[in-house]
Design a protein around this ligand. Structure first.
Ligand SMILES: [Zn+2]
Length: 69
């Protein structure tokens, strides 16, 4: 996981930049990013991968915060 072929484009609709990471489409969707349906893998460009990381991190923080209250 993580390695992708050269020339693969970002799966986020309307993006089309070169992808740097491949991630489970489900995870990407749950992070709120729009990817094509029916795909098991989603390819993310550097910017969308950053966004994905930010969102998943945020989710975890919220969860932790909720549990500690
Ligand atoms: Zn992108």
């Amino acid at each position: 996981m993580g390695r992708i072929d050269k020339g693969v484009k970002c799966s986020v609709s309307g993006c089309g930049k070169d992808a740097v990471r491949s991630i489970s489409a489900e995870k990407v969707k749950s992070a709120g990013l729009k990817v094509g349906s029916g795909e098991k893998r989603a390819y993310l460009c550097r910017e969308h991968y950053k966004e994905f990381k930010k969102k998943t991190k945020k989710d975890k923080t919220v969860e932790k915060w909720r549990y500690s209250v």
